[in-house]
Design a protein around this ligand. Structure first.
Ligand SMILES: [Zn+2]
Ligand SMILES: [Zn+2]
Ligand SMILES: [Zn+2]
Length: 218
């Protein structure tokens, strides 16, 4: 039985509790790797629920709304829009999505540019919010890869060992790199590390929800 989903967009920024630099909540994640101080930040339980609840409390037909929310010790800056998901690459809107909740696809492909956007089952913690069944999340980030070492944005960087001057190859995955020649352990400086791991852009994520049980008339 297929269901016609409703959608809403969420974008959320906050700041890192360790270093106060900007931090993005680009999906219903449990943890975030701060790009500035490299701390792995575990978000407090209930924070994502409160964020999704604020969407349902404030969404209206007019479209974009921006607001702040203080919750669980975090100051969130939130943008929401009562809109259908669009392709993150070319901004083309996806066609009206009717899906079988028991059989959701793992991605949708944009008819305009062929880019695939991931579709995830919403985490259990936000499945039922204010009478809405939040069933799927389209786009954004979903738990991992944040918190895991990521492929660096640029490769083949060479640094001179500050102890012996030998060339060191940096793979961008390990922040502490041993020098092959003098055995020093070199901690990569912030500017180089940020170049290898650029600060992420804010990414919209879309809640796909329905009010009634699947199959029941609306
Ligand atoms: Zn930080
Ligand atoms: Zn596209
Ligand atoms: Zn060395």
């Amino acid at each position: 039985m297929s269901v016609k989903y409703k959608f809403g967009m969420v974008e959320c920024r906050t700041s890192c509790p360790r270093c106060a630099n900007p931090m993005l909540i680009n999906g219903p994640v449990k943890k975030i790797l701060c790009r500035y101080c490299q701390s792995e930040i575990i978000l407090p339980e209930g924070l994502i629920y409160n964020l999704v609840e604020s969407f349902f409390e404030r969404k209206d037909k007019k479209g974009w709304r921006n607001f702040s929310l203080m919750t669980k010790g975090y100051a969130l800056t939130i943008s929401i829009n009562n809109e259908y998901p669009v392709c993150g690459r070319c901004r083309q809107q996806f066609p009206v999505l009717e899906m079988d909740p028991d059989n959701i696809p793992s991605e949708i492909t944009c008819a305009g540019c062929n880019e695939a956007t991931p579709v995830h089952r919403a985490p259990e913690s936000i499945r039922h919010v204010l009478k809405h069944n939040v069933d799927i999340i389209i786009g954004g980030q979903f738990d991992e890869p944040d918190g895991l070492p990521e492929k660096p944005a640029i490769e083949g960087v060479v640094l001179n060992c500050p102890m012996c001057g030998s060339g060191m190859k940096i793979d961008g995955i390990e922040r502490i790199v041993p020098c092959k020649f003098c055995d020093s352990k070199v901690y990569l400086p912030d500017d180089l590390w940020l170049r290898l791991h650029p600060v992420k852009k804010v990414m919209p994520w879309y809640l796909g929800y329905y009010k009634n049980q699947p199959g029941k008339p609306v």
